[in-house]
Design a protein around this ligand. Structure first.
Ligand SMILES: *Cc1c(COP(=O)(O)O)cnc(C)c1O
Length: 456
């Protein structure tokens, strides 16, 4: 299968090349040339996969057609060995109409591990095959950086550079990035905001010569492999719901960059009969406004108790736009241009059937954590809590739990008086923090990469 850019000005690439490239050179995002259509028989066959990793391999073989099946299965199996052994994506029932899909049993205790463990192994495979090194660069406001680092740490031929705003990620998140002890990991604390880190990165990636020289790859949520890896937990959950109720299920998805919910929606487009999606945002509500009014308009970011959803522009949204404008790259370019110039875009034929939305302010999050705990005895982290707002009583809801409450001990303690912990986080507290302080500009980061990049 080939992958094309949403902006249509990049030649189609095979799976491995599209994954290694990350952002398409024309500024667009890669998508499958066409989506497979799964029949009822295909879905029944998926149910026979003995483990989560096997299900993931069965799914990926429709896309990663340039990797032989046995190799692919090996890569995928290896990717899920760092998860809690018992159940990789447990589906728990809290009420007659309420399930929680727990996606935080990976090495960094947030759902991003599902995609980034696999992405790390795909990069490694690519490096071996081509006998080439790769340098991975990303900016993070917290969870992505940690998950990316743990997907790549210790891999030969790979170096990873993660920039983050100094003093503005949680102490535990910083420790997950800066206490690994791995030589190929560079945690770069930027003297500036997340937006500063992000724009410095954009500038670096725009420099084709520099990109080529260091074989730079991006690790933010725009990588195609991440979206595909995230489709699998929806499929796994759907297969485990009671057979007679599967088709009524609405997935409630805490989202920021639109990566998480996009994956579910694409799976629905592949023929899996999911009833719909509820987009749950924090007070940074561009997506909530989009799905309630049809207008996508930038606001300004206000730091929240659910920091991994503090975004201004949802970078994955371009993929949604691509499908919404009839898969026409010229129209995508026009929409993105208009958005760049005016900061807004109105969807003409916006169909709210598949999507609903909820928004949760910081004032509401602790109360929701408390109510969920009192009602179900369940501890939801601040991101997951956004998903519990305004739950439908008569519809089957599956709330995606995106992070372990142990990552946000202060907020949980303030809400219910219990301070959750996790052994992997306790270990980090005893290790030295190794971070590199840099000014928030592209030149400084480039110079750092020049001296630390893996060559060859
Ligand atoms: C990243 C993240 C989200 C949002 O995911 P998107 O891909 O931006 O939609 C939600 N919850 C947690 C805990 C996260 O780390």
């Amino acid at each position: 299968m080939n992958f094309t850019s949403t902006r249509g000005q990049t030649p189609a690439l095979g799976f491995s090349d599209a994954v290694a490239t990350g952002l398409a050179p024309d500024g667009g995002l890669f998508l499958p040339e066409s989506l497979p259509q799964f029949s009822a028989n295909d879905l029944a066959r998926f149910a026979f996969a003995p483990t989560y990793a096997d299900l993931c391999a069965d799914f990926f073989k429709h896309f990663a057609t340039d990797i032989d099946e046995a190799t692919l299965r090996g890569i995928v199996r290896k990717s899920y060995t760092g998860f809690a052994p018992k159940d990789i994506a447990p589906l728990e029932q809290l009420g007659e109409n309420l399930f929680v899909l727990e996606l935080f049993h990976g090495p960094t205790l947030a759902f991003k591990d599902f995609a980034l463990q696999l992405l790390g192994n795909l990069y490694e495979h690519q490096c071996k095959l081509r006998k080439q090194s790769i340098n991975v660069l990303g900016a993070t406001s917290g969870d992505t950086g940690a998950a990316a680092i743990h997907g790549l740490l210790g891999k030969p031929g790979v170096a990873i550079f993660i920039t983050y705003p100094d003093g503005r990620v949680s102490p535990l998140q910083e420790r997950q990035m800066a206490c690994t002890g791995a030589e190929n990991v560079y945690a770069i604390a930027i003297d500036g905001s997340f937006d500063d880190a992000q724009s410095a990165l954009k500038e670096i990636f725009a420099d084709q010569a520099f990109r080529t020289q260091h074989r730079l790859s991006a690790v933010n949520s725009i990588n195609l492999a991440r979206v595909l890896a995230q489709c699998v937990y929806y499929l796994s959950a759907w297969l485990r719901l009671p057979k007679d109720r599967r088709n009524e299920a609405e997935f409630v998805v805490p989202t920021g960059n639109f990566g998480n919910v996009l994956a579910g929606w694409m799976l629905q487009k592949m023929g899996v009969p999911i009833r719909g999606f509820k987009v749950a945002t924090n007070q940074n509500d561009i997506l909530h406004r989009m799905f309630t009014t049809g207008e996508y308009r930038v606001g300004s970011v206000r730091p929240s108790l659910a920091p991994s959803m503090d975004i201004q522009v949802a970078s994955n949204f371009e993929r949604f736009i691509y499908y919404s404008v009839g898969r026409d790259p010229a129209r995508v370019r026009a929409v993105m241009q208009q958005f760049k110039e005016t900061g807004a875009y109105r969807f003409e034929h916006f169909n709210p059937d598949t999507f609903s939305a909820a928004r949760c302010t910081d004032a509401e999050i602790p109360g929701i954590i408390r109510t969920v705990y009192q009602k179900y005895g369940y501890i939801a982290d601040p991101h997951t809590a956004c998903g519990f707002k305004d739950l439908s009583r008569d519809r089957l809801s599956v709330v995606l739990a995106t992070a372990s409450p142990a990552k946000f001990p202060e907020t949980i303690k303030a809400a219910i008086g219990i301070e959750p912990t996790h052994p992997s986080l306790e270990v980090l507290k005893g290790r030295p923090v190794v971070k590199h302080l840099l000014p928030a500009n592209a030149a400084a980061i480039r110079a750092f990469i020049d001296t630390h990049a893996v060559q060859g």
